[in-house]
Each structure stands twice: as structure tokens, then as C-alpha cells.
Design a protein around this ligand. Sequence first.
Ligand SMILES: CC(C)(COP(=O)(O)OP(=O)(O)OC[C@H]1O[C@@H](n2cnc3c(N)ncnc32)[C@H](O)[C@@H]1OP(=O)(O)O)[C@@H](O)C(=O)NCCC(=O)NCCS
Length: 182
Amino acid sequence: MVKSAWRRLSKLFIYLFKGGNYVYSNYNTDEARRIGVKVGENCRFIATSATTFSTEPWLIEIGNHVSMTNPLFITHDGGVWVFRNQYPEIELFGKIKIGNNVFIGSEALILLNTEIGDNSIIAARAVVKGVFEPNSVLAGVPARRICSVDEYFEKNKDRFSWNARHLPSEQKRSIICEKLGV
Ligand SMILES: CC(C)(COP(=O)(O)OP(=O)(O)OC[C@H]1O[C@@H](n2cnc3c(N)ncnc32)[C@H](O)[C@@H]1OP(=O)(O)O)[C@@H](O)C(=O)NCCC(=O)NCCS
């Protein structure tokens, strides 16, 4: 309780003095590890909590350098509910494995029995189930491979340079607004 309040307070201080880009501390990854998720190094978990990682967090393995924003992992299939009158002990579980260097977009849903290969991008709000090869951009419901990561880079590379990433918030804001004519 005291620890949690202290973490929130320190995040607020960091936010106030360094700006919004710096608020992603190790807190969320530590919390995920504490409940049993296998988490690699240099990961960034934004807006995750204990409920993000389903009721069997120990079935989830996440590689190195993985970023995720408010995702949801599901490691069991509650659909068996409809058979419980007949088979009271019925259950179904599955593992989830996320490779190295993966970006998981906002509010993606990752279902049991899923494996995402290294160096992949998951679109915002994708519903992902199955085994996917490395270097994939996955989008949609259900998620499909829309292109390779190399193709995504080639297509967008001219739009990637803003020269603002590590600037203080206000300076960053004015560069972005100027470029976008806001
Ligand atoms: C998936 C993503 C990386 C693709 O980027 P992109 O290659 O520039 O995408 P485009 O806009 O060229 O779209 C390519 C196709 O994918 C579709 N698409 C893009 N994003 C999609 C999404 N989130 N869900 C479903 N389809 C999507 C487009 O409609 C388009 O379809 P079409 O070829 O049939 O017209 C990007 O759209 C995305 O979702 N990024 C994550 C954003 C996010 O979560 N940010 C959080 C910040 S922490």
C-alpha cells in the first residue's frame, strides 16, 4: 500500500519535472514478473496492471525489448462454461509467447495458443490468435499479416524523422504542431 502510493508519487514527480515521455518506469514490468509473467530485458509496459495478464500469468512469456500499451492477454477459453453442467471439471488453457523486439499496439487482445515471432508489430486493437512468423505486421480482427516489418519501414521511413524524441515536452510539442500545421 505504502509502496504503491510512493510509486505513484514518484511517477507524478518525474512527470512534472521531466515530462510525459519519462513516466514509464520499471514498475509495470516488475509487477508483471511478480505475478509470474516471464519478462525479458528492456521492456516497456504502458498502462498494464495485474488483470492485463489473465488468470494464468505464468503461461505468458515475453522476450527482450517488447513494448505494449494497454493490451489484454487471455490464457484460457471460458467457452467451456456451456459444458460445465455435463462436465463440471472441464477447462482449457494455452500458452502465449511474444518474441524479441516486438511492439504491441494499443488495446491489442492476445489469445491463448499464440506465438508472435521476433521483430514484429501488432496493430492497435488487433485480436491475435495463432502462430505468426518473425518480421510480421499483424492487424485486424482476427489479426492477419498485412506486410513485413521491412515493408512497413520502407513505406513509412520518410515520415519517421521529427528530431524531437528527447526534447522537453513543450519544445517537442511546438515542433510537432509546426510540422502538422496545428
Ligand atoms: C499496424 C500499423 C503499424 C500499420 O501502420 P501502416 O503500415 O502505416 O498502416 P497503413 O495506414 O498504411 O495501413 C495499411 C493497411 O492496414 C490497415 N490497418 C492499419 N492499422 C490497422 C489497425 N489498427 N487495425 C486494422 N487494420 C489496420 C489499414 O486500413 C490498411 O488497410 P488497406 O491496405 O486494406 O487499406 C499502425 O496502423 C498501428 O496500428 N500502429 C499502432 C499504433 C498504436 O497502438 N500506438 C500506441 C502508441 S504507444
